[in-house]
Design a protein around this ligand. Sequence first.
Ligand SMILES: NC(=O)c1ccc[n+]([C@@H]2O[C@H](COP(=O)([O-])OP(=O)(O)OC[C@H]3O[C@@H](n4cnc5c(N)ncnc54)[C@H](O)[C@@H]3O)[C@@H](O)[C@H]2O)c1
Length: 115
Amino acid sequence: MAKKQLRFGVIGLGLMGREFGSAAARWCHFLNLDFEPVITGICDTNVALHEWFTDNFDSVKIKTTYYHDLLASNEIDAIYCAVPHHLHAQMYVDILNAGKHLLGEKTFGIELSAN
Ligand SMILES: NC(=O)c1ccc[n+]([C@@H]2O[C@H](COP(=O)([O-])OP(=O)(O)OC[C@H]3O[C@@H](n4cnc5c(N)ncnc54)[C@H](O)[C@@H]3O)[C@@H](O)[C@H]2O)c1
């Protein structure tokens, strides 16, 4: 069955970023789904973390240290964002305002006002 591809950009390539990559890589364990995630963009300010993704995902087209590059890309439908808590409020709002779907990590905001 041909699957619809959901093209993801990943912001934050630490533990949870790699968890997301691993989940995308073993998507075949789901039965009867007509869609699959494909990682087309990656972003982390620590460039040393880019290599694990470029080594393991041929689908990566954009790698950057500036997350707005992913938000501006027409190669990306949705963003998985796994950065430290204090960055969630700004980045999550920027992602949604850019018209991308958002899969955000908990906690959404570090305090009530951020939420
Ligand atoms: N570790 C867990 O078990 C776990 C579980 C559930 C949720 N979470 C949540 O996921 C989020 C990430 O956690 P983690 O464990 O992956 O942290 P991590 O420190 O391993 O990774 C965070 C990454 O964000 C990058 N980063 C920081 N500022 C950035 C910026 N401006 N632009 C791009 N990248 C930037 C860092 O360089 C780092 O690689 C946190 O909100 C955490 O609470 C973590």
